[in-house]
Design a protein. Structure first.
Length: 295
């Protein structure tokens, strides 16, 4: 574990497998104030989040979930795994208590951000979630844009999930969003990872891995080059980040949570000028035929 990398289990707290940066988390991270994430595995118990000055999105990782917000119940249709396309998600707004229920073994993620403006609770079914195929060739990846400004009214955060097929690179070319300036917004970012061996891989393929890179874009030091597995988290406070690499033989998933100090809720980025040219090569390449991953 380092300031910016949290292996699975290193940020567990109470009923949570992971609790970082949220309103009720005691696991404080220095210089981290705009985003948070929780994950949990159900085991014959209800999970409760008290009303708090933060907005939340409930994301089923596996299985179906029942969510109750301010006394109203929502049935969220889940999925076999994060590699089986989108699941229903629920935006809860601000200062609303939430109770979650699921069968034993079902897993859930909650993306959070401190917020003040109140927007309505919204249940997005998986059929409503925009599915984007981004990049091309070995930079092809699949993005579920359920918490982006074009899809969801919210106060602070931008939330999406990305699936990268084995052997491909995503979050590439390396880019940054750490300044409020023309064409760029300042957003800290969470990467929550899951990995799996590709269908048909042999029995000995048990250590499904990926990799994440973050490096300095100015005088602020940061140097992350981590091997990631299911349940691991990389925090990006600033700097160039990418690629997120799916090792050959292993598919890679990550949930992104972004928010920042600026009042404009938008994902505006600058490419590392040494590598931005790669985007132009996609024009002559096809999307990876393994995509999209669906149920």
């Amino acid at each position: 574990m380092s300031e910016w990398f949290y292996p699975a289990g290193s940020a567990a707290e109470g009923p949570w497998d992971l609790s970082l940066g949220t309103h009720d988390s005691s696991l404080a991270v220095a210089s981290w104030s705009h985003t948070g994430i929780k994950t949990a595995t159900f085991n014959d118990q209800k999970i409760t989040l008290e009303a708090a000055p933060e907005e939340r999105i409930i994301v089923p990782l596996t299985g179906d979930i029942t969510a109750t917000v301010d006394g109203k119940t929502y049935e969220l249709v889940g999925r076999e795994s994060v590699f089986h396309g989108p699941a229903d998600v629920l935006y809860t707004g601000v200062n609303r208590p939430v109770t979650l229920e699921g069968a034993p073994g079902v897993r859930v993620a909650i993306a959070t951000a401190p917020a003040t403006a109140d927007y309505p609770v919204r249940h997005l079914t998986r059929s409503e979630i925009p599915l984007e195929l981004r990049g091309a060739g070995n930079c092809s990846r699949q993005v579920h844009n359920f918490g982006t400004p074009a899809t969801l009214e919210a106060d602070r955060f931008i939330v999406c999930e990305v699936i990268t097929p084995a052997g491909n690179w995503s979050s590439y070319p390396p880019h940054k969003h750490d300044e409020e300036k023309e064409g760029e917004t300042a957003l800290e970012e969470i990467y929550y990872f899951e990995t799996r061996k590709t269908p048909g891989a042999p029995e000995e393929a048990k250590d499904a891995i990926g990799y994440q890179r973050v490096y300095a874009s100015d005088e602020r030091p940061i140097d992350v080059n981590e091997e990631v597995r299911t349940g691991d988290v990389v925090l990006v406070p600033y700097g160039w980040h990418g690629p997120a690499m799916a090792a050959p033989g292993y598919d890679l998933y990550y949930l992104n949570v972004m928010a920042g100090p600026g009042r404009v809720r938008d994902w505006l980025i600058s490419d590392d000028p040494h590598h931005g040219w790669v985007r132009s090569t996609w024009e002559d390449q096809n999307i990876d035929p393994r995509l999209p991953f669906t149920a």
